[in-house]
Design a protein around this ligand. Structure first.
Ligand SMILES: Cc1cc2nc3c(=O)[nH]c(=O)nc-3n(C[C@H](O)[C@H](O)[C@H](O)COP(=O)(O)OP(=O)(O)OC[C@H]3O[C@@H](n4cnc5c(N)ncnc54)[C@H](O)[C@@H]3O)c2cc1C
Length: 232
């Protein structure tokens, strides 16, 4: 591991040196396996935050205070530490530059991580799609990759943030959870033949998928990735 980057107060990007890594597609994830001195092992999945063409493989981890692995990765890990990786994993929640449909990305919390990989990849390609990211975050302080998202926004990506708990005075973005009324104004019309990717805690993914189905999105055009245990 070569670098740790503070993204928010509870989220860090972990920049990895993985010379044997065979490459990945945007949207895929990997498994991190930690082994304690007594042989005890713990394994968790993390979406890949870097684009295929980036110099280093990057994951971005949000600390869950009562968690087993994420507090270790965000608070204890030091540059130079070594741990096992397995991947890339996943063939369904994958985006490729050859998919020319309008790209709708719905992110809940750390569910924005695979979309950073997709957007970085989009930025280096022919840009034949119109990407739109709708990102639900508890507060502005919890927004991961905020500076980079602002840069994407200047570069032609439609980045829309909705804050579910606290919003600063003068906030001009959206407020509240992602639901049908919000999506009605923001989801690409079906006539444009879009494709939607949804990523975040299971409850978020359920609600956002349901809202898109209600708007008439065919199930085959909705790809989902769930981070937490069901009901989280
Ligand atoms: C395909 C995939 C990709 C993922 N990508 C990322 C990523 O990019 N960044 C990231 O931070 N996490 C990601 N996760 C979640 C990650 O794998 C771990 O679940 C998370 O880091 C918590 O692990 P822990 O050991 O700290 O918590 P645990 O000890 O496993 O759990 C602690 C408590 O938190 C609850 N919990 C576990 N996971 C979640 C969750 N995601 N949300 C809310 N509550 C939870 C548990 O029910 C338990 O009560 C991903 C999960 C999957 C399946």
């Amino acid at each position: 591991m070569v670098e740790l980057i503070d993204e928010t107060a509870r989220t860090k990007s972990i920049v990895l040196d993985a010379p044997e890594w065979a490459g990945h597609s945007p949207g895929q994830h990997l498994d991190v396996r930690l082994t304690a001195e007594d042989g005890y092992q713990a394994q968790r999945s993390y979406s890949i935050a870097s684009a295929p063409a980036d110099e280093h493989l990057v994951i971005t981890v949000e600390r869950l205070d009562d968690g087993e692995v994420s507090p270790y990765l965000t608070d204890e890990l030091r540059v130079g530490d070594v741990f096992e990786l397995r991947g890339p994993i996943g063939g369904y929640f994958v985006w490729r530059q050859s998919i020319s449909r309008p790209l709708l990305m719905l992110a809940g919390g750390s569910g924005v991580v695979p979309f950073r990989s997709m957007l970085r990849d989009w930025a280096t390609g022919p840009r034949s799609q119109t990407p739109r990211l709708l990102y639900s975050s508890r507060s502005l302080e919890h927004v991961i990759f905020r500076t980079e998202l602002e840069a994407f926004s200047r570069d032609g990506v439609d980045v829309q943030i909705t804050l579910t708990r606290e919003s600063p005075t003068g906030w001009r973005g959206h407020r509240g959870r992602i639901d049908s009324p919000l999506l009605e104004g923001l989801a690409f019309p079906i006539a444009d033949d879009p494709i939607a990717y949804i990523c975040g805690p299971s409850g978020f993914v359920e609600a956002a998928s349901q809202a898109l189905l209600e708007l008439g999105y065919p199930p085959a055009r909705i790809r989902t990735e769930r981070f937490g245990p069901s009901g989280s």
